[in-house]
Design a binder for this molecule. Structure first.
Ligand code: ZN
Length: 738
């Protein structure tokens, strides 16, 4: 008996516990539900979350580009307004059939619901197979379009519902449908019904009839599948479906329906399409009146578009709209005086070689000038007058092989940085065996002198043999490649094909580079080793200046090579001879680091060079490759013409010097630090932690030792030693690559 009672007692204890837990659960659920409900109600009834008036106003604002004048004051240099392509159109200027078609097809209870169609959501829950039909109202779709949040998650969906409810509490239906019709994507890069009407029918959106409006409304769910130009049959099926729904919902009469179904549609790609000439005329006039922007302004626009896409996840079209309609204030990094000089030189074809192809095509050229903090101060992408806006800018958009200008960034900087070589290391000037043959040839078409030459001499003479040997034997292909990719930020390297001697040692890159990238890479040799991503603007704000949209102002650069390496390469590049490129007395007052470049087929010429003030990269070649056959590198001449004018009247200035690089005399015979017996010496620069030992070869002791060692029969080898080492060292003054 007592046993039984005990058992009963045990049961009730469990019962009480379960009951208690159940009530606690109910209570928690109630509290959570209450909390959520409270927040939902507060959110929906609270302040307007998406203000369509403000959004609309932002769609049509002019953007301005400013630059600093010589007094440091901001002056307007360009005004961006897509007036003739205005995207936003008021509801009264949209064919009334358009609204009817969209409502019938997308959201037939639009006029009645409060932002969310619960009947439809219920339908989706009951029949999940209907989920393809969305369940989203026009209001929800509008929220999705303007917040640009496309993630399909429950949380996102819930938030969208709340925002839709909130929007409907504050905004009338006309404003909502107007915003919707102006922002939805309709294929072929068209945002909004206005651009879509022009794209598909060549007509203004106010002139579209019922049949045509149904075509446009039919595109929206799947802009490619239902694109009337690409897939007219798909679109036709859905258009008829749309018209039927319009009839069923009483939006159109039976007569209107019949007429629309039988209407013969003419798209802009139909053979019977006739463009409206008067409109074309108007467009042309507007185009002619539009000011042609400089290459710099073009570059600012492209750069802001790219950065908006990166930073905010915009599509290209959205980013473009933001620039032309978003009322932005863009502060350009241009130096107006330098840009003017550059354009002036480039406009004048006599500054370029007077050669041409058989068909009369002349060579093209581009140039980028930067300071040492990442500011692009001037850019030009064409030799000759610029004829239109956003014309091909070869400085940023023509990707060509850099030839020998690659050597400092792919061979010598990595070699010095990794302590594989010094300023005066001796390297054999002779081709190596690559795939069963001796390669490469030097500029003089030889396989090399077969003598040991200093790194300084190899740079000055632009030898191909020495970088090839250094990358193969000392630096390593991967190291060289990774310097280009990760430190000097060449963006189009081929991960497979460019990990090879020919691209790395002689610049035969698969996809090439451009003057913008090369100027930014060379800037690291004039600023103590910092890489700055080249930029065309310092910041972008909203119209009121209260909000920073994009900024480059906090860019402190990236230390990609040590300051000592930077200084040593700068010194090495200052030994490159530039006297063939004209007098240029204004710029020759300054230190000049320089490197020429020629591609093996002679289709591209380059010149990368800098003074303590500015660094630049110049390219010249035919758009469609053909050998140039120029004795003197035309890019060198262009550089000196431009830089001489830029440097007129500038104050004395030298390249910065870190205390980690030390100046020493070295022996040109051995490449080591000059000893008391060395008879041929020069000045070199060395990293504190990688100073060569002192030369003992030249002192009589070593020489006699060597002679003794080699013995009588080896007099020839001693003579060879002198021929190989002394003569090249003494001839460092001879002309380099042109
Ligand atoms: Zn010596």
């Amino acid at each position: 008996m007592s046993k039984k009672r005990k058992k009963k007692k045990g049961y009730s204890k469990i019962k009480v516990t379960i009951l208690g837990m159940f009530f606690a659960l109910i209570l928690s659920v109630c509290i959570i539900a209450g909390y959520v409900l409270y927040n939902v109600v507060t959110y929906v009834n609270g302040d307007l979350v998406v203000n369509l008036d403000e959004y609309k106003a932002n769609q049509n604002q002019t953007s301005f580009i400013y630059a600093k004048d010589s007094n440091g004051k901001n002056v307007e240099i360009a005004r961006l307004h897509g007036d003739e392509d205005r995207v936003w159109v008021d509801l009264k200027d949209i064919s009334p059939y358009m609204t009817k078609a969209f409502i019938a097809l997308e959201d037939r209870r639009f006029e009645e619901h409060n932002g969310v169609d619960w009947i439809r959501i219920g339908g989706v829950i009951v029949k999940p197979q209907n989920i393809g039909q969305g369940g989203s109202t026009i209001t929800q779709q509008l929220i999705k379009n303007i917040t640009n949040n496309k993630d399909v998650t429950i949380v996102r969906k819930f938030r969208e519902i709340l925002m839709a409810l909130n929007l409907e509490r504050h905004t009338d239906k006309d404003t909502i449908i107007e915003a919707y019709l102006n922002t939805l994507y309709l294929g072929n890069g068209c945002y909004g019904v206005k651009t879509a009407s022009e794209k598909y029918f060549g007509k203004d959106v106010s002139d579209l009839n019922c049949a045509e409006c149904a075509v446009i409304a039919s595109i929206t769910q799947f802009p490619t599948k239902y694109n009337p130009l690409l897939n007219p049959e798909n679109n036709k099926k859905r258009q008829l479906d749309c018209l039927k729904k319009m009839l069923d919902n009483g939006k159109i009469t039976k007569a209107e329906y019949d007429e629309a179904c039988n209407y013969h549609l003419i798209f802009t790609n139909s053979k019977d399409y006739v463009p409206d000439e008067s409109d074309e005329e108007v467009k042309k006039t507007i185009e002619e009146e539009t000011k042609i922007n400089s290459f710099y302004v073009d570059a600012v626009i492209n750069s802001v578009i790219e950065d908006l896409m990166d930073e905010y996840g915009y599509s290209k079209q959205q980013a473009t709209n933001k620039i032309y309609y978003g009322g932005l204030k863009i502060y350009a990094s241009v130096d107006l005086k330098i840009q003017e000089i550059l354009e002036d030189v480039y406009k004048n074809r006599t500054n370029f070689p007077s050669i041409k192809k058989d068909d009369g095509t002349k060579p093209q050229s581009s140039m980028t000038i930067m300071d040492y903090k990442g500011n692009v101060v001037a850019i030009v992408g064409k030799a000759g007058a610029k004829k239109q806006n956003r014309e091909l800018n070869r400085a940023t958009s023509s990707w060509r092989q850099p030839g020998s200008t690659i050597k400092p960034i792919a061979t010598y900087a990595p070699g010095i940085e990794l302590n594989k070589i010094t300023f005066s290391s001796k390297v054999k000037d002779y081709a190596i065996w690559v795939n069963g043959k001796l390669w490469p040839h030097n500029v003089d078409k030889s396989l090399g002198s077969n003598s040991n030459v200093t790194v300084q001499y190899a740079i000055q003479q632009s030898l191909n043999t020495v970088p090839t040997r250094l990358i193969k034997e000392e630096i390593g292909i991967d190291n060289s490649f990774e310097f280009l990719r990760d430190k000097f930020h060449l963006s189009r390297l081929d991960e497979v094909a460019d990990r090879d001697l020919s691209p790395l040692a002689t610049g035969a890159l698969t996809n090439g580079t451009n003057t913008l990238e090369m100027a930014a890479a060379y800037a690291t040799f004039g600023n103590g080793g910092k890489y700055y991503k080249p930029h065309f603007y310092s910041k972008v704000t909203n119209a009121q200046g209260t909000e920073t949209v994009l900024t480059n102002e906090n860019d402190k650069g990236e230390q990609v090579i040590s300051s000592a390496t930077s200084d040593i390469i700068c010194e090495l590049l200052q030994t490159v001879k530039t006297s063939y490129y004209g007098d240029a007395p204004n710029v020759r007052k300054f230190q000049i680091m320089a490197k020429t470049g020629t591609t093996s087929s002679d289709c591209d010429r380059w010149f990368c060079a800098g003074t303590p003030y500015y660094v630049a990269s110049v390219w010249l070649g035919y758009d469609i490759k053909e050998p140039l056959n120029q004795e003197v590198n035309p890019c060198g001449k262009i550089f000196f013409t431009v830089f001489d004018r830029i440097h007129k009247g500038l104050k004395e200035k030298e390249f910065p010097k870190s205390d980690k690089a030390v100046e020493k005399r070295y022996c040109t015979v051995s490449g080591k630090i000059a000893g008391s017996g060395c008879y041929s010496t020069a000045t070199g620069w060395y990293k504190e932690d990688n100073i060569p030992e002192v030369c003992t070869w030249c002192s009589s002791g070593s020489r006699s030792e060597k002679t003794t060692k080699s013995g009588n029969g080896d007099v020839n080898s001693a003579i060879n030693e002198v021929i190989n080492n002394v003569i090249p060292a003494l001839t460092t003054q001879s002309s380099g690559e042109r």
